[in-house]
Every structure is written in C-alpha cells, then in structure tokens.
Ligand binder design. Structure first.
Ligand SMILES: *[C@@H]1O[C@H](CO)[C@@H](O)[C@H](O)[C@H]1NC(C)=O
Ligand SMILES: *[C@@H]1O[C@H](CO)[C@@H](O)[C@H](O)[C@H]1NC(C)=O
Length: 705
C-alpha cells in the first residue's frame, strides 16, 4: 500500500516517538507495584466478564430443578450434595453447616363448597396437569391443623381498614371462613392473625394476576390461574426452637408448646388456593357489594362480599417435624487479608421445582464458582476471602441463613465486608437492585460494565436508567423477604440484593419449572448472565480493591431525605432536632472519610505504614454500618436490631426506613397527645443515637464530641 511504502519522515518520527512513549508508560506502570496490581485487577475483572456462558448456567438450572426439593426432604439433600460436588469439581474448598430445626409439612387437606342451589362440590386444592411426582400439596407451613364449617366471606387484603370497611357495611365475619387476596405488603402471618383477631374461623388465601407480562397465550394464563402459592405463616425468622442462638444438633431446644414458640404460629388454620378456586367461591357470594375503594384493584368486577350463602367445609391437617437442614459453602481464601470476608449468598430449597425461586440464583452462584475457578487458574489470588453460601430452609423463614448468622455473629460482625444476596436471579424482564447506601456508587459503576441482556449494544446501566425515567432506582432493604435480612438487620453488615423481573405468575406454584424459565422467564439465559456478571463483579471489587469501594456520602444524603420525609409526615409537630444533629455529625464524618479514601486510593506506596493506613480506613468503612444496630432492637421484633432499615407493622405506610419511628407513629393513635409524643420522641432519640454511633465508627475515634 502506498501509504506504508513511502512514509514521510515526519510521520515515521511521530510513530516512533509514540511507540517509545507508550512503551515507557507501560513499563513505568508495570514497575510500579500498585499500578501493576490495579492492572492485574482490571485484567481479572475483564477475564471474569468474558467467561460468561449461557450453556453452563442453563445446565446447572436444569439439574437443580429435575425434582422438587423442599427443605428437610431427601431430594433437598441431593441438591446440597450436587452444589457441593460442583464447588469441588472447580477445585474449591467446601464446608457444610447443618442444623436440626423444626419444619412443617402437610398431611391432608380438603375444601368443599355448598352453593345456594344445594350443590356440593369438592374444590381442587392442587394444580392440575403438572407432574405431581413429589410436589408437596399446597399448604401454609406452620399453620395449625383444624376444621371449620361456615359461610364464606371476602376480606379483601385482610388489613385492619378492610375489616373496618366491612363492619361499616354491616358484614359479620365471626366464625366464618375468610377469603383473602395476597397483597399490600402483609405477611401471611399478619393476614391470618388479623383474621383470628376478628373471629374468623379459617382463612383461604389466593394470589391474583396469573398473567405473565411477556406472553399472550391465554391458555397458559388460564393454567397459571390454577397455580397455588405455597408459603410459610411463621412470624419472624429462624428456627422457632432456637430463637437467637444456632439450632445445631446438640443445642438447647425450646419445647414446641413453649409460648415463645407457639406465639410465632397463627392461632387459626389457613390454606392457599388457586385464583380460579377463589373466583368460583367469590362469584357465588351475595350480600353487600365490595366497598368502593376495593373495586379498582378488582378490575372493576362488582363482587359481593357475603357472608354466604355459600357454605365452606374446610379441613387441614399438618405436622411439625424436626429435620436436618444443610447450608453449603465454598471458600476462596484471601491472600493478603484472609480475615476480611465478602459473602455471596442464595438459598437452594424450593417449594416445588424452584426454577425461578430460588435456583435461577443457585445456577448463577454455581456459575460464579466456575468463573472464579477459571480466574484462579489464571493466577488470581483475591486480597480478601470470598465465601459462596448456599442456604437451606429459606422458604420456612430464612432458617439456614439465620442459624448461621446467629452461630457466627462475632466473626461476621468483626470481619464481614459485605453480604451480596441473590434469591430469584430471574423472574422476568428488568433489573432491580437494593443496597445499603454506601454501596450505591459501586453498584452503579458495575452496571456500566455489564451488557444489557435484552438489547444489543447497550449497557445494563442505560437500560436500568431508561425504565426508571432517567434514574438508577436503587431500593432499600427494610423488607424481610430473603436471606439478606439476618445479615443486615441482625448483624449490621452492608448488603445488596439483586434480581431480574418485578414479579412472576408462577411464584411458589408447581409451575415454577425449568420449562417455565425457558419459555417465559429467560429463554436465552442472557438475564442469568447479566445477574451473574453484576454479582461476581461486585464481589471482585469488594474482595480486591485495596481501599474498600464504599462511599458514605450517599448514606448521609439518604438519611437527610428520610428526615425530611419524616418531618413532613409529622407536620413539624415533633422536633427532629436530635436526628438533624446526628445527621450533621454523620455527614461531616462521611465527607472526611471519603476525602481520606480518595487520597489513599491514589497512594501507590506499598510500605508498611501505607498498607496499615488502608487497613485502618477499611475497618472504619466496614464497621460503620454496625453503628445502626441497637441492642434492644425494634419494639415487637427485638431480633431486628437495625434502626434505619427493618420491618415495621404499619401496612398503610410505604416508607422503608426508621421502622421504630413509623411504628411509634401508627401504634400510638389511641394515646393522649403527651403520651403519644413521648413514645415517638423516644424512638427519635434512639435513631439519633444510632446515627451518632455510625458517625463515631466512621471517624474511628474513641471520643466523639
Ligand atoms: C452435614 O450433612 C451432610 C449430608 O448429610 C453430611 O454429609 C455431612 O457430613 C454433615 N456435615 C457436618 C459438618 O455435620
Ligand atoms: C349450583 O351453583 C353452582 C355455583 O353457582 C354451579 O356451579 C352449579 O352448576 C349449580 N348446580 C345446579 C344443579 O344448578
């Protein structure tokens, strides 16, 4: 080619010069140990990203979902051994943590309806047309056994305001069989106990919306309407016989008749039913039409609430049994700071086949093991220790993770950098993430490195932004619906929860199978890959970055926003000065710490004092979250110690912060003004002190003034 055949002298000179400049830059970087380390980290992160494979994820998922594997059953042990064998096949060190816990199984159930024309029919309680080989019949774990015969009455979501609306219409529910649709954030326990408090004899629960957003096949929608949502009705989390301590084989166990145990179970029996079954009962009811406020969400259907004339004959018999559960771990030991731990967790037990819930996450976890093993072969040696955790018995009340956190509380509290949870990795389209706020920046940066699974040539970050109107909407972790809860809410460990898809129509039903995943959830397995990549990349940063990628400025901003929302809620009637002052202190600490962190991130020295300074700063970053814990915990659920994020019981409130204050506001409406204000003020002071403790930990000084 002419250009190369006769290059001009100037061009040659420039070319030579730039080659020399590039060469010397690279050399000087390679000679510089930190820069070399940073390049190595970048190299391993890229190697991780390029090792994604839909075939391996799909194969793991296929294997895990061959059989139903409810916790405590022989099939569940097979999945534990399978996960362990996969970890080992990748050359990783593995561990078991087994516990002996009280689980609950169904023995018999039946439901018949007698309509006003005299016809009696037995209503189907299981899903039709699915291979029921080993699928547990639909039930509510820990429901008491019992029978009820009475008129059917529709209770909407079973909230306090629903009972008020019914009473206002003159509807009686005493001794009747209540039908409740799931929703509005009430736990199953709350639904059943509310009903019991109003004299209802037994509860049938159904889930609306067997309409997968990504298909238009009406036959399939109709068959999902026959899906039944299994679930636990136990209150709180962890083994009921070892509340607060680990339920190992030889530990103290409470007697099942102990009130500490029995008060965690509802006092009346309940069963889940299919939407189609609920419909056949509801459409036969007479009495007042549903209150106006309920109609919109009933798709405009003018239902009548009863009671009756349809009579229901309800029977449920279950048994509680001691069962061994198995957590499985793979440990990748850190080379420089082996006593600093990054945890990745997913539960493995499922109500049925568990293709979405939870084994899409287990397949992702196993693929991370495979991809990390590849990095190890390339010479990777993580700075900190990484532990991959496969939990058991999450569905019964986060039992596997809770027992383990209780057993290891001191080590976890002093050594864990972060806990990264994935439960259902993929339930449909759309990326969702929740974090404690010091991890916001890291999450955003990582999503800029991962390809969007559904659109070509676009990064996940952009897609995530565009569906949320230009912001990367990060949720918070006040929920108690997966294994991050014990880590964050009991142990104060910074946490993340990731998933694809907002909900899915086969939740906890026998239709949650590999077939559903390949037909609807993630036919190309690209969403699995996206979650796996985000998850694995987050943990590579947390394990390898010399200065932890935490930024407490976003925590400070969040806290300020919470305070402002709270102030509006209280309409300025109660002073938030204590919280205000604490947030100022926290903000100052966050700014100062972040400045220090920025400097140390640039500090390329590897001398002992630089290394030690980083370690000291990292400890402050790691431990500040623990400051939000309060040893007395939340009133009414003392096990939850975190005063910023945790469950509150005001079902009308959408707020996901300061649970103690939210409860104090909603639960004191019957007190006189002074008492009410005192109760709220008490919670305000507790939160203020928690924020101060966190600020103190961030500053890392003994006396904070
Ligand atoms: C846990 O249970 C598994 C499966 O039964 C068993 O192989 C293993 O030895 C147990 N491990 C411990 C530490 O008890
Ligand atoms: C009685 O009513 C039920 C419910 O409306 C209906 O399914 C059934 O077919 C009726 N039976 C007769 C004999 O009309």
């Amino acid at each position: 080619m002419a250009f190369l055949a006769r290059p001009s002298c100037t061009l040659l000179f420039i070319l030579t010069l730039s080659v020399i400049v590039i060469y010397t830059t690279i050399r000087s970087h390679l000679n510089h140990p930190i820069a070399a380390a940073a390049m190595k980290n970048l190299y391993y992160r890229n190697a991780f990203l390029s090792s994604a494979s839909k075939y391996t994820v799909a194969a793991y998922l296929r294997h895990l979902t061959l059989h139903p594997h409810l916790a405590g059953t022989p099939a569940a042990i097979h999945t534990a051994l399978y996960v362990k064998a996969q970890f080992e096949a990748h050359g990783l060190e593995t561990r078991f943590a087994n516990y002996s816990t009280l689980l609950s199984y169904p023995k018999h159930s039946s439901l018949s309806a007698q309509f006003s024309n005299g016809t009696i029919i037995y209503l189907p309680l299981s899903e039709p047309n699915v291979p029921q080989n080993g699928v547990v019949m639909p039930y509510h774990a820990y429901s008491p056994s019992g029978t009820a015969y009475g008129k059917a009455v529709f209770l909407n979501y079973g909230r306090e305001q629903d009972y008020r609306a019914l009473s206002a219409n003159g509807v009686d529910f005493n001794g009747y069989v209540g039908i409740v649709r799931r929703g509005c954030g009430l736990s199953r326990y709350e639904v059943v106990e509310n009903a019991a408090a109003h004299g209802v004899a037994a509860v049938l629960m159904y889930t609306e919306g067997g309409t997968p957003s990504n298909n238009n096949n009406n036959d399939i929608n109709n068959s999902f309407r026959w899906g039944v949502e299994r679930g636990s009705v136990m209150k709180g989390f962890g083994d009921p016989l070892s509340p607060g301590w680990a339920g190992i084989e030889t530990s103290e166990k409470l007697d099942p008749s102990d009130p500490q145990v029995s008060r965690r179970f509802p006092s009346i029996p309940s069963l889940p039913v299919a939407e189609a079954v609920a419909d056949s009962i509801l459409s036969s009811l007479e009495g007042p039409v549903v209150p106006y406020e309920w109609r919109e969400s009933l798709n405009g259907r003018l239902r009548r609430v009863g009671p009756g004339p349809t009579m229901l004959n309800f029977e449920y018999e279950g048994e509680q049994k001691m069962a061994t559960i198995h957590n499985v771990f793979a440990v990748i030991r850190g080379s420089e700071e082996p006593d600093r731990i990054v945890l990745l967790g997913n539960h493995r037990d499922a109500w049925t086949y568990g293709a979405v819930d939870p084994n899409s996450g287990t397949a992702a976890l196993l693929d991370i093991a495979r991809r990390y093993a590849r990095l190890l072969r390339l010479g990777w040696n993580p700075r900190r220790t990484i532990v991959l955790c496969s939990w058991d018995a999450e569905e019964f009340g986060m039992i596997g993770s809770t027992e383990w956190v209780e057993q290891n509380l001191v080590n976890l509290g002093s050594k864990s950098v972060a806990y990264l949870n994935v439960d259902c990795a993929v339930q449909g389209p759309g990326f969702f993430a929740s974090t404690t706020p010091q991890l916001d920046n890291l999450l955003v940066e990582v999503t800029k490195k991962v390809k969007d699974p559904d659109l070509d040539n676009i990064i996940l970050y952009e897609q995530w932004r565009s569906v949320n109107k230009g912001i990367n909407k990060i949720q918070r972790l006040s929920r108690v619906d997966s294994d991050f809860a014990p880590f964050l809410q009991h142990a104060g460990i910074p946490s993340i929860d990731l998933y694809y898809g907002s909900d899915f129509p086969v939740y906890h039903t026998a239709f949650d199978s590999f077939n559903w995943m390949t037909n609807f959830g993630d036919p190309s397995f690209q969403r699995h890959i996206a979650v796996t990549s985000v998850w694995g990349l987050l943990s590579l940063h947390l394990a390898d970055d010399p200065v932890l990628p935490f930024n407490y400025r976003s925590y400070a901003t969040e806290l300020l926003e919470y305070k402002n929302v709270l102030n509006n809620l209280l309409e300025g009637r109660i002073s938030l000065h204590p919280i205000d002052a604490a947030i100022q202190e926290f903000t100052a600490a966050a700014n100062k710490t972040e400045e220090e962190a920025e400097k140390l991130r640039e500090n390329e020295n590897l001398d002992e004092s630089s290394v030690l300074r980083k370690r000291m700063l990292n400890d402050r970053l790691m431990l500040a979250e623990r400051g939000f814990l309060d040893s007395d915990g939340l009133q009414g659920s003392q096990w939850c110690k975190h005063l910023i994020y945790g469950p509150h019981s005001d079902t009308a409130s959408k707020l996901e912060f300061f649970p103690g204050i939210i409860d104090a506001i909603s639960q004191t409406t019957t007190l006189v003004k002074e008492e009410r204000q005192a109760a709220i003020r008490l919670e305000i002071w507790r939160v203020a002190r928690a924020i101060q403790r966190a600020a103190c930990a961030l500053k890392g000084e003994l006396t904070c003034g």
